[in-house]
Design a protein around this ligand. Structure first.
Ligand SMILES: Nc1ncnc2c1ncn2[C@@H]1O[C@H](COP(=O)(O)OP(=O)(O)OP(=O)(O)O)[C@@H](O)[C@H]1O
Length: 665
């Protein structure tokens, strides 16, 4: 496939690769969410890092404490012990050198050095043991911290309003936060390394200060260039990550699409694979160019830092030589100073690198914290008035609703809708595609709140009602009901997870929906996994899925059953059965809200509301609406369907012959 994607009208190249333009409608870089990261990025100076370090470490420690208290203590103690052994080891080395370089016979000097040598050996051994304890503890702590961080945000995300889940900005934060959960895992390692390096550095710095006060500033001077390089490189990496986040997600989407089971038939028959693979390669190549740019920039920065470190090391050793030559420092002390300088410089470099990595990860963990804050703000409110036990009717009063995020001046999905839904009856919603039927039932179920007007339960505004109670009153078989990649049993039982699983009710629900025949044919019956690509996984047809969906809604056993195009994939017999069952349910007092384009199917509805472009145009029984004659919308839609069927010479499978229906009307 070729195209002019990525080329402006004047022939110049647009920002973003042609693949991005062709497949995603524009450049994926320059994420609008970037602005929210800019502050964190700009603040990423040494001073800002030092200031926020205690808070970051504290929040990671809190997470680790929640994940595994014992492992946390083990790691903390092991790191402190390791630092102490390093300090004691350095002092012992100083004693060894002092004894060996002292005046007197060699045998006597060596003998004098033995106790200190034993200390050196013991501290090395204990230090090694402490390090291995820390490694083991960190290894077990890390996955737990990631799990706790993931759970923390998921717990909040499952409680946000539907509109937040559909919001692009919230989704972007969600992507970043997912990275933050693995960031929290990595932070554990960096935190451990920071504590270890801090203790080691304190040990070396203490020894150096005792040896000569000028040595400590010299040590700091040696590590400055590397700190600068690390900071600069991580700033560049973080900035690049944010800029390329959407691009990376889109690339993953392409590769995942190629291996998923549901698009697999179309990918093969339409030969989409090579096409997508080409664009996956092109997008990956532009991401690789960015990685090359980052690597080159990092290499340049490190080269400059190494040159500066060389100069600083030279200055340090010159200063040490000066102190020796002027007799200010003894040879044994100078020897220890060289060792302490090397160990201190290594600890300080590690410290700065780890703090830097810690801070880089913390930027992502902060995104996770921001997501949690945002999710809490956008959570479905808890509590409210009790939902009336047996309301007589639910009324929409002058309800207007526009989907959040619709383009400026976008058409409202519902405009000034006033209608009644009597309980214990079958109420049908009909209208052309996009007329607002699904939107209306989503408002009814409390998934969205009206922008204007109100939904009233026996006069009580649904906005004031307890939302959890409200949801529990509804069962829904929507057009896009979820096909859970779980067993057949769970696909029904998932309709009511707040009660213990009830085999008898599951089977009754399956019989109700005609899904019992589906189960009989499954290789492992109720235990068959309804997902290809897993061991023992099995795929069922669209109509069979629909029966499972109806069984699930039946198993939920709610007061109000919303059925949105429930029979679109069913064969004629199954469709008739389902409508028959729906009619019987209404006789038991359940309220049925039926959305269907098969107008003959709504003959038995107690009330039909006809929507057009978001407004209510007609209401009445089937007979009343048909009596309006050609001027009525329902009448003309019905006649249109009838004409189509009679022109075809027979009713479309799954539909009553409209002529029969019309005669009945
Ligand atoms: N989640 C959404 N976000 C933004 N706009 C939406 C969303 N869902 C629906 N719309 C828009 O709202 C309008 C009404 O859609 P709705 O799904 O309620 O129509 P419908 O009558 O159920 O259509 P159909 O018969 O095709 O299922 C349409 O213009 C649609 O584009």
């Amino acid at each position: 496939m070729s195209g002019r994607a990525g080329i402006k009208e004047d022939g110049t190249k647009e920002e973003g690769s042609p693949s991005e333009h062709l497949l995603f409608g524009g450049p994926l870089l320059h994420d609008t969410g970037w602005n929210t990261h800019e502050d964190a990025y700009l603040e990423m100076s040494l001073w800002a890092m030092a200031r926020s370090l205690p808070r970051l470490v504290a929040s990671t420690i809190r997470l680790a404490h929640r994940a595994d208290r014992r492992a946390l203590w083990a790691v903390g103690c092991a790191e402190v012990l390791h630092g102490v052994t390093q300090a004691v080891g350095l002092v012992a080395v100083n004693h060894v050198l002092a004894a060996v370089l002292a005046a007197g016979p060699l045998a006597g000097r060596l003998h004098a050095a033995v106790p200190a040598l034993i200390w050196v050996a013991v501290t090395s051994l204990v230090g090694a043991l402490a390090m291995s304890a820390s490694t083991a503890g960190t290894g077990s702590l890390e996955p737990k911290v990631e799990r706790v961080a993931t759970e923390t945000y998921l717990e909040r995300v499952i409680r946000v309003e539907l509109e937040a889940i559909e919001d692009e900005e919230f989704h972007r934060l969600l992507d970043s936060a997912q990275y933050g959960a693995s960031g929290a895992r990595r932070m554990i390692r960096y935190c451990t390394a920071v504590i270890g390096a801090l203790v080691s550095f304190a040990a070396a710095a203490g020894v150096l200060t005792v040896l000569h006060p000028v040595l400590l500033p010299l040590l700091l001077l040696m590590t400055l260039p590397r700190s600068w390089a690390a900071l600069r490189n991580s700033r560049t990496r973080y900035a690049s990550f944010q800029r390329w986040a959407q691009h990376a997600r889109a690339g993953r989407l392409l590769s995942q699409t190629l291996i998923r089971t549901d698009p697999a038939p179309e990918i093969r028959v339409h030969d989409v694979g090579p096409f997508l693979l080409t664009h996956f390669r092109k997008m990956s190549e532009s991401a690789e160019e960015e990685q090359t740019r980052l690597a080159r920039s990092a290499a340049r920065t490190r080269l400059i830092a190494s040159a500066l470190t060389g100069v600083a090391t030279l200055v340090t050793y010159l200063a040490l030589g000066g102190l020796l030559l002027t007799g200010v420092m003894a040879l044994s002390v100078a020897g220890t100073a060289v060792l302490a300088t090397r160990s201190g410089a290594a600890s300080l470099t590690t410290l700065i690198l780890q703090v830097n990595s810690l801070y880089e990860e913390a930027c992502y963990v902060m995104d996770l914290e921001r997501l949690c804050g945002e999710a809490t703000k956008r959570a479905i409110p808890v509590g409210g008035l009790p939902v009336p036990a047996r309301p007589k009717a639910i009324h929409f009063e002058d309800v207007t609703f526009t989907y959040p995020g619709s383009a400026e001046g976008g058409r409202p999905a519902l405009k000034g809708v006033t209608l009644g839904i009597p309980t214990g009856k079958i109420v049908a919603l009909v209208g052309e595609n996009g007329s607002g039927k699904t939107t209306l039932v989503k408002l009814l179920a409390g998934l969205y709140r009206p922008d204007g007007g109100s939904v009233r339960w026996d006069g009580v505004d649904a906005g004031a009602l307890d939302r959890a109670q409200l949801f529990s009153r509804f069962a829904m078989v929507s057009q896009d009901f979820h096909r859970w990649p779980l067993t057949a049993r769970m696909n029904v039982a998932i309709g009511r997870t707040d009660r213990p699983l009830d085999e008898e009710r599951i089977e009754a629900a399956a019989r109700y929906a005609g899904a019992d025949e589906v189960i009989e044919e499954l290789p492992r019956g109720w235990n068959t996994l309804l997902s290809r690509g897993y061991k023992g996984g099995h795929q069922i047809s669209g109509g069979q899925w629909q029966k499972m969906g109806i069984a699930r809604a039946r198993y939920r056993d709610a007061d109000i059953l919303i059925v949105d195009e429930p029979t679109s994939a069913l064969d004629a017999r199954a469709e008739l059965d389902v409508f028959e069952q729906i009619r019987r349910l209404a006789e038991t007092g359940q309220t049925i809200l039926l959305i269907t384009h098969r107008l003959a199917s709504v003959r038995h509805a107690d009330l039909i509301h006809v929507l057009e472009k978001g407004s209510l145009r007609e209401s009445g029984t089937f007979e009343e609406l048909m009596d309006r004659g050609p001027a009525g919308i329902f009448h003309s839609l019905y006649e249109l369907q009838r004409k189509q069927f009679t022109d075809d010479g027979a009713a479309v499978p799954g539909r009553r012959r409209p002529t029969d229906a019309a005669q009945g009307a």
